[in-house]
Design a protein around this ligand. Structure first.
Ligand code: MG
Ligand code: ZN
Length: 382
């Protein structure tokens, strides 16, 4: 085939553009495959009585985190993968009233137990308000906390306190938070509370409602009745930009703050930006966010193992980017991660559980069932 000079220049330019854009790092893996009987015994870990009920529930959501993201974590994280610590695994079907969900409808499914339309926050397919898990928790005297690495008004955390038909109306969503039964929150989105078109300063409203609000660091306030951290105007920095141990540290603060309530607590922790790495088809961004979430899982698991009264449920709202972990040009010892889309996927999403009631989370079910299982466990509480 003959190629003209212009075609040649075009092809070089094209390969430069596509080659430069977020070329993922390949990974060579040498793994040991020997498993001894003793290892199998050790891996079973502590068990909980069937029918046991937890006092506390921690729901961890990896936004845009499907099985291929978690598989990649196993290959790219040095050291222990905490996803492997969970004895019960299930699979969730994530469609909304569309075949492929967004994070608003998926967040609403998890927080409120109903399938709804993409963009919907805490409302059903007809736009009517749904009762969410934090409202349910407060009705029975428990406490609730929310942590995200995005704005706290972003779709996933918003589904746990707001009721609105459009996820993009951050200022409207923000106005729900001071009045919601939330006892602890940490994330970003300060500008939606402080620099608003309606000139209302919601930091004043927070103060009237008994909140201590901190805007510069994760400083501890052991005496605070309700506690909120708004640590950036729009979103938290990425891990690559140096977010550090925010997610782990905020989780610790939340547990310290919430665990004093003997009626129990519900804590939602979101790794918000795994999804954004997927949308950007930027593997290094995606995996660094997932490593952060996995480190946080380690901290939460350590608490649950000590407490023995806390159920942890870990899932994703959907997968993002159509990630594949294929052999690099026929080299079956090297993985080259590739993305096949910049949007969300229809994959089944794994659900991991540990603690009293964890056995309910095995099997295959709709994402709305995660809400119903948690609610039923909390209802059974003595
Ligand atoms: Mg999210
Ligand atoms: Zn997304």
């Amino acid at each position: 085939m003959k190629i003209t000079f212009t075609q040649l220049i075009f092809l070089i330019a094209l390969s430069l553009i596509t080659g430069c854009k977020n070329e993922p790092s390949t990974k060579r893996v040498d793994r040991e495959n020997t498993i001894l009987l003793e290892d199998l015994k050790e891996e079973q870990g502590p068990t909980f009585e069937k029918g046991a009920t937890p006092r506390n529930v921690i729901l961890v959501i990896g936004d845009g985190t499907g099985i291929n993201q978690i598989s990649a974590l196993q290959y790219y994280k040095d050291g222990k993968i905490h996803y492997e610590d969970f004895p019960v695994i299930g699979l969730s079907k994530t469609s909304s009233t569309s075949l492929i969900t967004d994070s608003a409808a998926a967040g609403t499914a998890l927080a409120c137990g109903e399938k709804t339309f993409n963009k919907a926050i805490g409302v059903n397919a007809q736009g009517q308000d749904l009762v969410n898990l934090t409202e349910f928790m407060s009705q029975k005297g428990g406490s609730s906390g929310l942590i995200a690495t995005s704005s706290i008004t972003h779709a996933t955390p918003a589904s746990f306190y707001a009721h609105h038909t459009n996820r993009n109306d951050h200022e409207i969503i923000a106005s729900f938070l001071p009045n919601a039964p939330i006892d602890f929150f940490a994330g970003a989105g300060l500008k939606y509370f402080r620099d608003r078109k309606d000139q209302v300063n919601l930091l004043d409203t927070f103060a009237q409602k008994g909140f201590t609000i901190e805007t510069s660091s994760l400083k501890a306030y052991p005496e605070a009745k309700k506690l909120g951290y708004l640590l950036a105007d729009k979103d938290m920095p990425t891990m690559i930009e140096g977010r550090g141990t925010f997610l782990e540290d905020a989780s610790n603060l939340a547990i310290n703050h919430l665990s004093s309530n003997e009626q129990g607590f519900l804590l939602m922790v979101e790794g918000s930006q795994v999804d954004w790495g997927g949308h950007d088809n930027d593997f290094d961004y995606m995996i660094s966010e997932l490593i952060d979430l996995d480190n946080t899982l380690g901290r939460l698991m350590a608490y649950a193992q000590k407490d023995q009264n806390t159920l942890i449920v870990v899932t994703g709202d959907h997968a993002t980017g159509g990630l594949a972990l294929s052999a690099d040009q026929g080299d079956y010892n090297t993985i080259k991660p590739t993305f096949s889309s910049t949007g969300h996927n229809a994959d089944w999403i794994p659900v991991f559980a540990y603690g009293p009631g964890a056995e309910l989370f095995s099997g295959v079910y709709e994402n709305t069932m995660i809400f119903h299982k948690i609610k039923s466990l909390l209802s059974r509480q003595k």
